[in-house]
Write a protein that binds this ligand. Structure first.
Ligand code: AN7
Length: 368
């Protein structure tokens, strides 16, 4: 293996160099990077104190190169595809996987093929896939249909599938758990995370377990996963034929990593629950306006889950008002709010048109 050298002038190593001893790399794996990983862990200024939780942090995976956590896994999957001599990669996606696959394929000189559910991908994500030159197919169906087709095509043609069914994706994504432990000095008590196709909760658990086994952490967290109420197959215990939610990233009716997510939940002593679109949009607004964190709706589902647990803990009937108090808690902000400008503008479109005069501007700002 080559020596550790910065991959860019900023000194960011990228996921492959930084965590190479925990990843399935060989001497012939190209150590590509777009500067993924090493994302901020930001302490909550308002929400945490309000919930009686001084140690609440947001892991800003929205700060990855394409604006979501997918880059951590994609860099590994694309590097391995290059190592194996592939000329192209293919995925099905609710949006972020396709944006990431398109960017890393362009970086690696590969063709990206992406299958998306027609009409249910946020504009910013589609724009990324277009900009990076992916060949995009809009399937008349939902994500689950697109994934079924992606598996069929990659079974038939020599093209690597870069969905989280590809174990290299999980390997890369587990590095976010390493970073949280490295930043906090140990694992948190609780990790709140949105659940769609269930690859990420699987990856975090793998990361926390491996770091614990390597004696880099003294404990493991309880994983608190949240699905959207209209797309909550794991909570309901059966596939959802027609999943619906404002959080299009997690609009999944039959998650590929279902069993692994249930194992992560149970082994960690955690939970997978549902939050409504109303709760998601309330958490979305709160994050943006009271914390300065612009998350996409799917990411806000994790924060909605935190608020739901806090509210249940405060209910006199449960008598467990201490549920979150004095706990170290991390909420994973999986993707950027910039991905989904339509949702942003539908929630808070407060723009006042004025003529170009000081008086008009003062009037509009309420300073007159
Ligand atoms: C912002 O892009 O599945 O439970 O095809 O984009 O690992 O699926 C995205 C998922 C959470 C859920 N937050 O993660 C895709 C895709 C954001 C996401 C999830 C996704 P998984």
């Amino acid at each position: 293996m080559t020596s550790i050298t910065p991959a860019s002038s900023s000194g960011r190593l990228g996921v492959l160099r930084r965590y190479q001893r925990y990843l399935p790399l060989t001497d012939s794996t190209p150590l590509i990077t777009l500067g993924e990983g090493d994302t901020p862990l930001v302490r909550s200024r308002r929400l945490g104190p309000r919930l009686g939780c001084e140690e609440l942090y947001f892991k800003l995976e929205s700060c990855n190169p394409t604006g979501s956590f997918k880059d951590r896994g994609m860099v590994v999957a694309v590097a391995k595809a290059l190592e194996d001599g592939a000329k192209a990669v293919l995925c099905a996606s609710t949006g972020n996987t396709s944006a990431s696959a398109a960017a890393y394929a362009a970086h690696a000189g590969l063709q990206a093929y992406v299958l998306v559910p027609r009409g249910n991908v946020a504009q910013g994500k589609l724009a990324q896939a277009v900009a990076h030159g992916a060949r995009i197919v809009a399937v008349d169906g939902n994500f689950d249909d697109a994934l079924r087709l992606a598996r069929a095509i990659t079974d038939k043609h020599p093209i690597p599938l870069v969905n989280s069914l590809n174990p290299h994706r999980i390997e890369g994504q587990k590095t976010a758990a390493f970073e949280i432990v490295d930043a906090l000095g140990d694992a948190p008590d609780l990790l709140f995370i949105p659940v769609g196709n269930a690859g990420n909760i699987t990856a975090y658990w793998k990361g926390f377990v491996e770091y614990f086994q390597a004696e880099q952490a003294g404990r493991k967290p309880r994983l608190m996963g949240f699905q959207a109420a209209g797309a909550a197959p794991i909570v309901r215990g059966e596939p959802v034929a027609d999943p619906q939610t404002v959080a299009t990233a997690i609009r999944v009716g039959n998650p590929a990593s279902w069993a692994k997510a249930v194992a992560a939940r149970d082994e960690s002593g955690g939970r997978i629950d549902a939050v409504t679109d109303e709760q998601i949009l309330e958490a979305y607004r709160l994050l943006a306006q009271e914390e300065g964190v612009f998350a996409e709706p799917a990411s806000a589902a994790a924060v909605a889950g935190l608020l739901q647990v806090a509210a249940a803990g405060d209910a006199p009937s449960t008598g467990s008002g201490q549920a979150l108090r004095d706990k170290t808690i991390v909420c994973v902000i999986t993707g950027s709010g910039l991905k989904d400008p339509e949702t942003a503008m539908s929630v808070e479109a407060q723009v006042t048109d004025v003529p170009p005069t000081v008086e008009a501007v003062e009037e509009a700002l309420g300073l007159a």
